[in-house]
Ligand binder design. Structure first.
Ligand SMILES: N[C@@H](CCC(=O)N[C@@H](CS)C(=O)NCC(=O)O)C(=O)O
Length: 208
């Protein structure tokens, strides 16, 4: 059985939690405590030298890191990752967009606000993240004014990947109220089968 190493607060972890559930894939969910440095423990660094969750351990004992690599691996051959070359490139485009403009920007502001004092943060850091993050949210809002899903005519793993941190951007001090198309898309993503809130632990030993 697969094992997902995760941390509940993490949007990157949620992407994988959500995809496992979407695809109804049996797995064990193992939470590590980031705040006490469990991701830096030698046993975990042996599995992922980067020392980050999410990490998916496969039944053969090998491990796959990076949320988007994991989503790609899990969704291959399913409708959540189209076969069409052009559409696959669009899926990848929005997943790359997320890693550049959302994760590390919106996620960072959210973490520092949620856990003040854990990592020293200046007002200049927040100002930079807010400027970058608001631009990213505006791009998404404009893109979604024209279409229902980010990358194709139907939902894909790009929607899961980008939803993860954008739907909780307000927790990082970002303005979601003025983004009606983004908000409507949040609701569409939440309407997909088996929605799982970001603060909801998956049932243990679940198959979905
Ligand atoms: N690009 C990676 C980022 C993963 C990441 O930032 N993981 C954070 C939690 S969201 C982590 O494990 N940090 C542990 C640490 O830095 O000690 C992905 O998409 O999976």
């Amino acid at each position: 059985m697969m094992i997902l190493y995760d941390y509940l607060f993490s949007g990157n972890g949620w992407k994988v939690r959500r995809t496992l559930r979407l695809l109804d894939l049996p797995h064990r969910w193992q939470e590590l405590d980031l705040l006490t440095g469990e991701t830096r423990a030698p046993w975990f660094l042996e599995k992922n030298p980067v020392g980050e969750i999410p990490l998916l351990e496969l039944p053969d004992g090998t491990c796959l890191a990076e949320s988007h690599a994991i989503l790609w691996f899990l969704a291959e051959g399913t409708p959540w990752l189209p076969d069409d070359r052009r559409q696959r490139a669009e899926v990848l485009r929005w997943m790359c967009f997320e890693q550049t403009h959302v994760d590390g920007v919106i996620s960072r502001a959210r973490f520092r606000r949620g856990f003040p004092g854990v990592v020293p943060t200046t007002e200049a850091d927040f100002a930079r993240w807010h400027a970058q993050g608001e631009r990213a949210l505006a791009v998404l809002d404009a893109h979604l004014a024209e279409r229902r899903w980010l990358a194709a005519e139907r939902p894909t793993i790009a929607d899961v990947a980008v939803y993860a941190y954008t739907h909780v951007a307000d927790e990082g001090g970002f303005n979601l109220a003025g983004r009606p198309h983004l908000q409507a898309w949040f609701q569409r993503v939440e309407g997909l089968p088996g929605h799982l809130r970001i603060d909801e632990r998956p049932p243990q030993g679940q198959s979905a």
